[in-house]
Design a protein around this ligand. Structure first.
Ligand code: ADP
Length: 184
């Protein structure tokens, strides 16, 4: 967990190699749906371009289906999900039904000025490949994060699952810190 630009996707990909389990990124799945122009993609396209959240039912459906895939049987990394309390509650329910449990919720702590800077760099590097990588949309995404997603940290703290790492450290340092936490 962490705001947009915190490095979730970067760290998730490293964990994929380390643990040989799939990364389940709702953002990636939604972007594929947009490219393939499926009904779900058509529904998500403008919402994502604005930096708002796709409806809970849509993303919960994606995750529930994806968790049933063969490659997710020995574990998985959720990236970008859950993003609302309703999604977290739905996740708890679907995991209980499937007889699985979360091992850890990694929270990447970062400051918002640095995030704007990171997203500027990402936008410059990607040459505008992502419709939601511009400053105005980024500000909206940060607001959406503070309002709807940040309360989840407390939700997982209460469950005893939340583990914080310093997301301002270098990629390698963050990776090392996460590895340390997951060993415990
Ligand atoms: P980042 O990794 O940069 O934070 P993502 O790729 O996770 O961004 O998400 C991009 C966009 O996809 C979000 O701004 C939102 O519109 C949509 N999205 C992704 N995951 C979810 C989710 N769990 N709930 C609602 N919308 C989502």
């Amino acid at each position: 967990m962490g705001p947009p630009g915190a490095g979730k996707g970067t760290q998730a990909k490293i964990l994929v190699d380390e643990y040989s389990i799939p990364q389940l990124s709702t953002g990636d799945i939604l972007r594929s749906a947009i490219l393939a122009n499926t009904p779900m993609g058509q529904q998500a396209k403008e919402i994502m371009a604005r930096g708002d959240l796709v409806p809970d039912e849509v993303v919960c459906g994606i995750v529930s289906e994806r968790l049933d895939d063969e490659d997710a049987k020995s574990g998985f990394i959720l990236d970008g999900f859950p993003r609302t309390i309703a999604q977290a509650e739905a996740l708890d329910e679907m995991m209980e039904e499937k007889g699985i449990a979360l091992d850890a919720v990694i929270v990447l702590k970062v400051d918002s000025d640095a995030l704007i800077e990171r997203i500027r760099n990402r936008a410059a590097q990607s040459g505008g490949a992502r419709a939601d990588d511009n400053e105005e949309v980024m500000r909206n995404r940060l607001e959406v994060y503070s309002e709807l997603t940040k309360p989840l940290i407390e939700y997982y703290e209460k469950q005893g699952n939340a583990k914080s790492v310093d997301g301002m450290a270098s990629i390698d340092e963050v990776t090392a810190e996460i590895a340390e936490l997951l060993k415990k």
